[in-house]
Design a protein around this ligand. Structure first.
Ligand code: AMP
Length: 546
């Protein structure tokens, strides 16, 4: 081999800070406070305060590799932690405030967090698990809703005592920068340790024109929480490119988000389908109230975006959606549903089919589909198998080495998602492997049925899950939430589905429920549905397919 003669320059987050202060000192970061007032400052202020935070943490004894946790909404101080903690060589560990205090205690103990930054508004939650984390040496309170409680350190007072200069260290690009735990609907949550290098490469690729295309002209609104999968990397994409950042704080209800998008002229926003379903319903009620003409695209991911949602935004409101798939284990984006040029001349249904798929792999992410016995399956758009991935921002193991069975001996990560892949590489998620419905040995995709149900005009949300069946082992059952004031009968829903699916795919019964149970990250909680209604067909044999 003839070695190349280029510099060995590390890919680290410190460079983001240098760039922000040198080239974009006047770019703006806007946050909505809990009392709905707005906080505004510039990148120059952001970098200055981030340096003060690093000095403060150093004074408290934080060393390279130490885990410093955050329990925070999306706002400017959380952003300071996102950059300050890793830029001094420590690891920012985002705690998911929607988890049960017992789980939070488990995760903070497992991570051995030594310092935690807590929003004052989340203090009642923190109090419930703080005592169960013996590694915690310092508690820093972000005064977003009143002063710090006694015995804790006040974030603002700490920063005020420090110099705004900090000599950024030369870090190893492979060193850990961020620790995120999976949502763990089964078993204990597992830690994923992003490196500086994985975050930098993920950012560079995500900002490509054919992907998010984030640039200086954008106003980026991460609705997706910073405590879940690094808010899909949006804060990093924004800061690297000098974009304007808009944080919603704790106000994630549709009217507040629509107000924010209109008032701050947001050009790109990212959130899970539930958020967008709520927003679409409100826009449908009052299409003229909000001026969203600045919006370039709305990123949807985290669970499947129904085609009716994507189409509804486009047809009724002229708004574009970009559907993406990812996982905490992928830093987190893996595929994005861009319509390839050659499909631009296809009919509307084909284009919507591509847009509503989970898309094809990002550069440097490689994908394959394998059978239960580990055979590689064809990319024919029909054969279902487990998606496996590899790439520079895919985890190579979990923190503390649990879950080794998710990593294959030939270097791939088993996603646990059951998919089909077509000849163009578009991935379509059918299910999580543990949610797939096995009826008489045939696999039925709950996601396909859900998408079709959600295209019915009376249906707000639908989750399809496996019910036990005396003859077929499992049969699909649908939990359906109707739109306020709307009605639909089981027979109507069955007739709606039968236009698209073979008879054996149709749910045996439809359960009308006030809401679908959700995980801490907004996904349908099918374990709960199976727990509550799994025996429905055993108890009501009249509903069960013969
Ligand atoms: P998390 O690590 O909490 O982000 O969860 C990752 C999982 O969310 C994936 O393995 C998928 O099952 C699911 N997921 C993420 N994005 C999508 C999407 N666009 N469509 C369907 N499922 C998705």
């Amino acid at each position: 081999m003839l070695p190349g003669r280029m510099m060995d320059f590390p890919l680290t987050l410190t460079h983001f800070l240098e760039r922000a202060r040198t080239y974009y000192p006047r770019s703006e970061i806007v946050s909505r406070n809990p009392d709905k007032s707005m906080h505004r400052y510039t990148y120059a202020d952001f970098v200055r305060r981030t340096c003060q935070l690093m000095n403060a943490l150093k004074r408290l004894g934080v060393k390279p590799g130490d885990r410093v946790a955050t329990l925070s909404w999306n706002h400017f101080r959380h952003l300071e932690a996102y950059f300050g903690i890793p830029s001094m060589g420590a690891v920012v560990h985002t705690l998911n405030l929607r988890l049960h205090p017992n789980d939070l205690g488990y995760i903070a103990r497992h991570a051995e967090d030594t310092v935690v930054l807590v929003d004052r508004s989340l203090w009642p939650l923190f109090e419930k698990f703080a005592a169960s984390v013996p590694s915690l040496k310092h508690v820093i309170v972000i005064p977003d809703a009143g002063p710090a409680p006694e015995g804790t350190l006040d974030y603002e007072a700490l920063l005020a005592a420090e110099s705004p200069e900090f000599e950024l260290p030369k870090l190893d690009e492979d060193s850990a920068a961020m620790l995120c735990y999976t949502s763990g609907t089964t078993g204990n949550p597992k830690g994923v340790l992003f490196s500086h290098r994985s975050i930098v490469l993920h950012t560079l690729v995500c900002c490509m024109r054919d992907l998010t295309g984030i640039g200086e002209a954008d106003s980026v609104l991460p609705v997706v929480p910073m405590f879940h999968a690094a808010a899909w990397g949006l804060p990093f994409d924004a800061i690297l490119t000098g974009a304007r950042v808009v944080f919603p704080g704790p106000h994630l209800d549709p009217p507040s988000l629509l107000d924010l998008m209109a008032e701050e002229k947001v050009t790109i926003a990212g959130g899970v389908p539930t958020i967008w379903l709520g927003i679409l319903a409100l826009l449908d009620q009052d299409p003229k109230k909000w001026d969203l003409s600045a919006m370039r695209t709305m990123l949807i991911g985290g669970s499947a975006a129904p085609p009716s949602l994507i189409d509804g935004f486009r047809q009724r409101h002229g708004l574009e959606v970009t559907h993406a798939w990812g996982m905490t284990e992928l830093n987190p984006v893996g595929t994005m549903a861009k319509v390839k040029q050659e499909l631009r001349h296809a009919d509307a249904a084909t284009q919507l089919g591509a847009q509503a798929s989970q898309g094809f792999a990002l550069p440097f992410v490689e994908t394959r589909v394998v059978s239960e016995s580990g055979q590689k399956l064809p990319w024919d758009g029909a054969t279902m198998g487990e998606l496996e991935v590899r790439g520079p921002w895919v985890a190579s193991s979990y923190f503390s080495n649990e879950g080794q069975d998710r990593f294959t001996s030939d270097g791939w990560f088993k996603t646990g998602d059951v998919v089909t892949m077509d000849s163009d590489g578009y991935v379509r998620i059918c299910d999580r492997s543990k949610d797939v419905i096995k009826s008489g040995g045939e696999w039925i995709s709950s996601v396909a049925l859900e998408n079709a149900l959600m295209s019915h005009p009376a249906v707000l949300e639908a989750a399809v899950f496996a019910g036990r069946h005396p003859r077929w082992d499992e049969r699909p059952l649908a939990a359906v939430v109707l739109k306020p004031g709307q009605t639909a009968t089981k027979e109507e829903l069955a007739a709606h589905l039968s236009k698209q699916f073979a008879k054996f795919w149709l749910p045996d019964d439809y359960l009308f429920v006030p809401q679908v149970p959700r995980t801490s990250t907004g996904k349908f909680l099918k374990t709960k549905l199976r727990e509550d209604y799994g025996d429905h067909l055993m108890k009501n044999p009249a509903s069960a397919a013969g």
